[in-house]
Design a protein around this ligand. Structure first.
Ligand code: ADP
Ligand code: MG
Ligand code: MG
Length: 211
């Protein structure tokens, strides 16, 4: 059962890698509005490496936590850019929280919270600064609320992913207060944050549907 959970995580990474490949150019264009235009390329390099590493780890019958840890390391090593460092740290923190147990809704909620904390510690951004956190924090909160009211894993994930998509779209009206987009923050208004957009794409594609 532990190996099956690891395999599921690897499958989710491969779906997520496919959606990022599909949206690579669009994410780059979005990042070019006020940033340096490399978000699509960086996300693709990171998630492709993460997916490959996850598949290999799952092939060794690794636990979900170990698959995530391996993927996080590969992502950080290969992506380049701020988002790659943050995704790597987030996955590593989530993996540490899960340990080698088979994930359940409660431990997954704790792992998501640990991922958010790792990003906040490293990047020092807060809600409203127009970063990936503006999609991640609402995702974390909705997932936790759903699990507390007894929703299944997949229902909680779906509800949280929908909230993340709305929250990513809502970053359009914000002005960036951190990161590379800050000096050109005026240009960014009216366009969603690239990192929040890619996060929403990933969680809406990587849908666990058999637990
Ligand atoms: P870079 O800015 O180094 O070129 P990317 O283009 O890959 O990196 O990623 C940009 C995204 O990273 C932003 O859209 C934002 O979501 C996220 N980001 C940037 N700085 C921070 C930060 N300090 N905290 C959280 N997220 C951040
Ligand atoms: Mg960039
Ligand atoms: Mg860059």
């Amino acid at each position: 059962e532990q190996a099956a959970a690891g395999q599921l995580v690897a499958t989710l990474f491969s779906s997520a890698a496919a959606i990022i490949a599909e949206h690579e150019d669009e994410l780059g264009t979005l990042d070019a509005i006020a940033g340096d235009g490399d978000h699509g390329r960086g996300m693709r390099r990171g998630i492709d490496a993460a997916s490959t590493a996850a598949t290999q780890a799952a092939g060794r019958r690794a636990s979900a936590g170990r698959v995530l840890a391996t993927a996080g390391q590969a992502w950080a090593d290969n992506a380049g850019g701020t988002s790659g460092v943050l995704w790597g740290a987030a996955l590593t923190a989530a993996a540490t929280t899960l340990g080698d147990h088979v994930p359940n809704p409660k431990s997954t909620a704790a792992a998501i919270a640990a991922a958010v904390d790792a990003i906040r510690t490293l990047g020092k951004a807060e809600l409203g600064d127009k970063t990936m956190l503006d999609a991640l924090i609402p995702f974390r909160d909705r997932f936790r609320d759903e699990t507390e009211r007894g929703s299944t894993f997949s229902d909680a994930w779906r509800a949280a992913a929908t909230v993340a998509e709305e929250a990513a779209a809502a970053t359009s009206s914000l002005s960036p207060r951190v990161g590379r987009a800050r000096p050109l923050s005026e240009r960014s208004i009216g366009h969603p944050d690239p990192g929040a957009t890619s996060f929403a794409l990933i969680v809406n594609t990587a849908l666990p549907n058999n637990s």
